[in-house]
Design a protein around this ligand. Structure first.
Ligand SMILES: [Cu+2]
Length: 488
């Protein structure tokens, strides 16, 4: 039944010869025209990225042009998606690069045929620039422009995406990385954003499958093609000895990734909101939709060797009323990208952990800001927070500049990735079990089924902020509310 994914596995050497619409020529994350592992090195992408062009010469100002448009991009099948959309004609969109303290100006043009707003996921901007006020009141309509402007107050790895009809527009390709440098960062040999995504294609037309079924609205829309940086099968050049910083984001509508990198240890050096106090090594990494991790990898392989970045988690997606496994290799591997060693060896830059900006809170904070309850009624087909669906979820009011805990209780049988705009948080405990020290700032975190997660925040960014499940079908279906951080 599922014939698509084996074709896209990057270990295959027998991909059909198709004319490839090169979708990512301007993405900054280098593209390759050939996904087949031919053994040739000529098709390898350099390890790194090119940021969006900065139009302002001032050292502390980043000014860029950003246009959303209908754009047919190729997810690696060789067949461009006619229902696709893109920022600056690239999927993912071009990398927005800045540094702590910079003023960022984005000249946004909506060249699509639907209303839009841009959300800078994880950035502590002002409410007017967050995309939510526009969503609720004055969207950027087709043909219109909007000037987004904000100051960078956090370093690390973030992303931006549309925040209207998100389940449709993010599936269509409207997302891009944000790389924010901190002063004491030592540049690694390779700094590579990797956007993990999936897209659900109709297997007859190889185009984006029709709108969501009732089941998808409850279970989330899981794709049948897995992609890294907008397509399957990218091959990235590595050299023995080099240090790579992988900036990972899960932009999938609903898919949880369980990421492994063959033959290499990943050392987690940062999470959603910047660098950790204590890096830690992992052999796999679970990422909920919306989450980011920054990991460092030391390249230890030999010339000619190839190592796959894989999703080992098997999830089911619905197709013609049947539940289908996305597991082309039949063994939970699901490669999406590979790293291929060239000849030679370098003395790498190594990695020096930048100074973290993470207070040690722990269980000391007693002020309960709010206790949220997430529920999902499978029979009624509804998802709710505090017994209601957007826009009827009661407003949560909390005072500014007060350390407060929040509890998110998941009464459903599904995982929900909970995302809060405007203020950053740390996870204190999950199901009553304390999270180990070294935990960094988060803006998105998994709430396991039948579990309560406790988080803590300093609530230092005032205004009305949205919070919601980052399974986009749940967010669009009403699992979303607003919180006011009130200035005295
Ligand atoms: Cu959810």
């Amino acid at each position: 039944m599922l014939t698509l994914l084996p074709l896209l596995a990057c270990t295959d050497g027998d991909e059909p010869d198709r004319t490839t619409g090169d979708s990512a020529a301007d993405s900054g994350i280098a593209d390759t025209a050939d996904t087949a592992d031919t053994g040739a090195l000529a098709d390898l992408e350099p390890c790194g990225f090119t940021p969006m062009t900065d139009l302002d010469a001032a050292p502390d100002v980043v000014e860029v042009n950003l246009t959303a448009s209908n754009f047919a991009w190729d997810p690696g099948t060789g067949i461009p998606l006619t229902g696709g959309m893109a920022f600056n004609e690239a999927v993912p969109g071009p990398v927005l690069e800045a540094k702590l303290g910079d003023r960022v100006r984005v000249h946004f043009v909506n060249d699509t045929d639907i209303d839009m707003s841009i959300h800078w996921h994880g950035l502590r901007v002002t409410p007017e620039m967050d995309g939510i006020q526009q969503m609720m009141g004055d969207p950027v309509s087709p043909g219109e422009t909007f000037e987004y402007e904000y100051t960078i107050v956090d370093g690390g790895f973030y992303w931006f995406h549309t925040h209207m009809n998100t389940a449709t527009t993010i599936e269509a390709g409207l997302y891009a990385p944000i790389v924010l440098h901190v002063p004491d960062e030592v540049a690694p040999d390779c700094d590579l954003p990797v956007v993990l995504d999936d897209v659900l294609l109709d297997e007859d037309t190889w185009q984006i499958a029709p709108p969501d079924t009732a089941m998808m609205k409850l279970m989330g829309r899981l794709g049948n093609v897995l992609m890294a940086n907008g397509r399957s099968g990218r091959r990235v050049a590595w050299t023995k000895g080099q240090t790579t910083l992988l900036r990972l984001v899960n932009s999938s509508n609903a898919r949880y990734w369980d990421l492994v990198l063959e033959g290499h240890t990943m050392t987690v050096v940062g999470t959603d909101g910047g660098f950790l106090a204590e890096p830690y090594a992992v052999d796999h990494l679970v990422m909920a939709p919306g989450e980011r991790y920054m990991v460092v990898v030391e390249a230890r392989g030999e010339a000619g060797e190839s190592y796959r970045l894989m999703n080992r988690r098997v999830q089911l997606h619905e197709e013609d009323g049947d539940m289908i496994e996305v597991d082309p290799m039949g063994n939970g591997e699901n490669p999406v990208m590979s790293f291929v060693y060239g000849v030679g060896e370098v003395v790498g830059a190594g990695w020096r952990q930048p100074a973290p900006d993470v207070p040690a809170w722990g269980a000391a904070v007693e002020n309960l800001g709010h206790h949220w309850v997430l529920e999902e009624d499978m029979m009624g087909g509804t998802v709710t927070i505090d017994g209601a669906a957007w826009p009827d979820v009661p407003m949560v009011d909390v005072p500014m500049d007060v350390d407060a805990t929040f509890e998110v209780e998941n009464k459903s049988e599904m995982h929900h990735p909970f995302h809060i705009h405007g203020n950053r948080f740390q996870v204190v405990d999950v199901g009553g079990e304390a999270v180990a020290e070294g935990q960094g700032w988060k803006d998105t975190f998994d709430i396991p089924p039948r579990t309560t997660v406790r988080i803590v925040s300093a609530l230092d960014n005032p205004g009305e902020w949205m919070y919601h499940c980052h399974i986009l079908e749940h967010a669009d279906g009403g699992m979303a509310g607003m919180m006011t951080v009130m200035e005295e």
